[in-house]
Design a protein around this ligand. Structure first.
Ligand code: MOS
Length: 741
């Protein structure tokens, strides 16, 4: 058993430690920072999808009020990271990630940044940017995924897998085969992406940036601008949502740094909402074909899953669309293939639940289809094919409580009310349907370094260079520290969002709690040790007590044998003449032991829908989101994660779709008015359930992670409920009323 933390304190509630700052507006998001002498930069973007800039007409913009400079490919200063091997051939292997902004006159997609106007105010920069005109040499472009994906020559192989016999489903007693389609979806967090760059001389750079990983941004900037990492500081105090869009740096980050260098002033660059569609990634479009075979009794005998998703012309992006088909269920014969299709649009990236969410739509709808064909309950079908060990690696899971999720979901939604015959239940004139689907995601753990500083007033400060895009990282980490130190959460502060703190992980892939919590736990254990040693060294009555005979509780070092013999942290530090005591510890992935296990979080989503029999309007009436994320450290923030995932899942199922005009290559749905995220009225009350059983292996807390499983499997649950209500199987997202009438 690795998990030593018991979590028995009850006096620490789950309120977000930064909740008041956020709701009162005191919290400073990246674009909120106002620096002295700051200039404002606004992008000019391409109005063709492919080709080259023939000329830039800058005269009018240059003479507009307040304009400091206009940066574009002809005057952009050299960026060391564009050609790192020019000076140092040893760096030949280094590849710049993504678009080299202003490096040349080539246009790869509609909406690509082609110039940056820097002015004394944002309004003046916006005005001047509107005056910049470009002339292009255009080329034929390709943006139509649905047409092009049928042309094998256009596809790049991105992964294949086979166990047992290929296409075994073809010989099965019962089988289904179907194609599934998902559109481009965009993250579109409320907070716009923003960067403020400040140079101190030529070799020292401070950047305020919306980032899920300040350390990652720091090393990227150091490489890109040929700087020492210690001379690059990245600050991300608050993040207003990201969902994956801030997992990496996009062109606006180096662009702000370039501009600050050129105008020799701090420069703020904030993307506008339209640019959020073309500059910070999105969930790629996909086509999938899935075929499943089973015995008459419902034992799976073969799964074949093929997928294609798009990438850009200048970068390959792959994700795990076909992964779950390989291991979510026990099945002797599985083969999968995955290909990517380069298009003349911007590069996609991970978006919550990433490829797994796309893949689960096909896999979990297909299982539902199979269940009807077998005349079997879809939960029963899943339990019948429950994988007790990981079917690919054949390793046991560190923990898996998916059956508990199924049982709770059924109970909570009232699954017995689900009609086994579609379109056979009505309520107040509405067709009623129940649906469920499962989700899975890796439960990883990476490296994190945490500094713990105990002050002589009895407060504890923890520091690590991570950021929090919303899950409530500081809140959770304070709870972990409170348990390890056996002290009230109110006396603990977790500081993040600054690379001056010790290195922390990028927030992504549902790993923050596991990774950072391990770091906090280890740092607090070391701090306890240091306090015991200090007591033994400087307090005479403690000098004869062995360290193992000492405990830590309620802000005291106390003898386990004689609870009267104790000294408070405050007194101890005062007696030692120390204003504070500090430890710094790195927690690393325990690779040797982890090799023996498979590590995943699991979910099962249950929904009830109403569908209007004549208009086809769909309304979610009930949602039960269940997730095995191991030990739940903060019930409130974990519940919020599940709710957020469900809301994202409603968007994926029913509303979200970014469309491109294939005659121009431009996004049609490039505002929040046209790209529809779920409204309040689309979201019913959401109930959550966690088995809340500590994972014995992964980390000292026993927690796995819930960020992705909250969304993975949600959209297919809705699609399955819609089928149950209407008898119409919609295999293309989002499901719209017109599909149902
Ligand atoms: Mo998440 S898609 O790893 O931000």
């Amino acid at each position: 058993m690795n998990n030593k933390i018991k979590f028995f304190q009850t006096d620490n509630d789950d309120d977000r430690v930064d909740g008041i700052d956020k709701v009162t507006g005191r919290a400073k998001y990246t674009a909120d920072h106002m620096l002295e002498n700051m200039a404002y930069a606004v992008f000019v973007t391409s109005t063709v999808a492919k080709g080259a800039i023939k000329s830039m007409l800058l005269h009018e913009a240059r003479n507009a009020p307040g304009v400091l400079d206009i940066i574009y490919y002809q005057n952009c200063p050299p960026v060391p990271g564009y050609r790192p091997y020019a000076k140092d051939p040893a760096k030949k292997g280094f590849e710049w990630r993504g678009l080299k902004v202003f490096d040349n006159n080539l246009v790869y997609y509609y909406g690509q940044p082609i110039a940056l106007v820097v002015a004394t105010t944002w309004e003046k920069a916006v005005k001047a940017a509107s005056l910049v005109k470009a002339e292009y040499i255009t080329e034929a472009f390709e943006t139509d995924f649905e047409t092009l994906r049928k042309n094998e020559k256009k596809l790049k192989p991105a992964g294949q897998y086979k166990r047992g016999e290929e296409d075994a489903w073809k010989n099965a007693e019962v089988s289904i085969e179907a194609e599934y389609f998902t559109p481009i979806e965009t993250h579109n967090p409320i907070e716009l992406h923003a960067t403020i760059a400040v140079w101190e001389g030529d070799d020292k750079l401070t950047v305020y940036d919306k980032s899920q990983g300040p350390k990652g941004t720091q090393s990227e900037l150091a490489r890109n601008f040929g700087l020492d990492e210690k001379n690059v500081r990245v600050i991300t105090k608050f993040v207003g949502g990201a969902f994956g869009s801030a997992l990496r740096s996009w062109p606006h980050v180096p662009a702000a740094c370039i501009a600050a260098k050129v105008v020799k002033r701090p420069v703020k660059l904030v993307l506008n909402r339209r640019q959020m569609f073309t500059m910070v990634g999105y969930r790629p479009q996909s086509w999938q074909k899935i075929s499943i075979g089973a015995t008459k009794e419902g034992k799976l005998t073969g799964i074949t899953h093929h997928a294609i998703s798009n990438t850009s012309r200048y970068e390959d992006f792959r994700e795990g669309i076909v992964n779950a088909a390989q291991f979510l269920y026990e099945c002797p014969n599985v083969n999968t293939s995955y290909k990517i299709l380069p298009l003349d649009i911007n590069t996609p990236t991970w978006m919550r639940g990433p490829g797994e969410a796309t893949g689960a739509f096909a896999l979990e709808c297909a299982l539902d289809e199979l269940a009807y064909k077998l005349n079997m309950d879809p939960v029963e079908l899943r339990i019948k094919n429950y994988a007790e060990v990981h079917p690919v690696s054949k390793l046991p899971w560190t923990s898996k409580f998916l059956k508990e999720c199924y049982a709770a979901g059924k109970e909570m939604i009232g699954w017995h009310k689900r009609p086994s015959i579609p379109r056979s239940l009505q309520e107040n004139g509405m067709l009623v349907g129940y649906g469920m689907a499962g989700g899975v995601f890796g439960a990883g753990r990476g490296n994190a370094t945490v500094k713990a500083i105990l002050k002589n007033d009895g407060t504890l400060i923890l520091q690590s260079a991570v950021s929090d895009m919303g899950p409530g990282t500081a809140t959770t980490m304070v709870k972990v520290a409170a348990e390890v130190m056996q002290m009230p959460a109110s006396k603990i502060k977790f500081q993040l969002g600054d690379t001056d703190f010790p290195p922390g992980p990028t927030q992504g892939g549902s790993t923050t709690t596991s990774t950072l919590g391990s770091g906090v736990s280890i740092a607090c254990e070391a701090l306890k040790q240091a306090l015991k040693e200090l007591a033994r060294t400087i307090i005479p009555s403690f000098s004869t007590i062995a360290a193992e005979e000492l405990g830590i509780a309620d802000g005291y070092v106390v003898s386990k044998k004689d609870s009267q013999q104790k000294i408070s942290f405050t007194e101890l530090l005062q007696k030692a003449g120390k204003p504070e005591i500090e430890v710094i510890k790195e927690s690393t992935r325990a690779t040797a032991e982890f090799q023996k296990y498979a590590m995943n979080s699991f979910s099962a989503h249950f929904v009830k829908v109403h569908v209007h029999p004549t208009t086809g309007a769909i309304a979610l009436k009930q949602i039960i989101a269940t997730g095995d994320g191991g030990k739940i450290i903060s019930e409130k923030t974990a519940r919020s994660q599940m709710i957020g995932g469900a809301v994202g899942g409603i968007g994926m199922a029913l509303t979200e779709e970014a469309l491109i005009d294939h005659t121009t290559g431009k996004y049609i749905t490039d505002t929040l008015g046209k790209y529809q995220v779920p409204r309040h009225r689309d979201v019913p009350f959401i109930e959550t359930y966690f088995p809340n059983k500590p994972d014995p292996i992964i980390n000292p807390m026993g927690s796995k992670g819930v960020g992705e499983i909250a969304l993975v499997g949600f959209a297919p649950a809705v699609a399955n409920a819609v089928f149950n209500a209407t008898g119409k199987r919609v295999r293309s997202l989002p499901i719209k009323p017109e599909h149902l009438i």
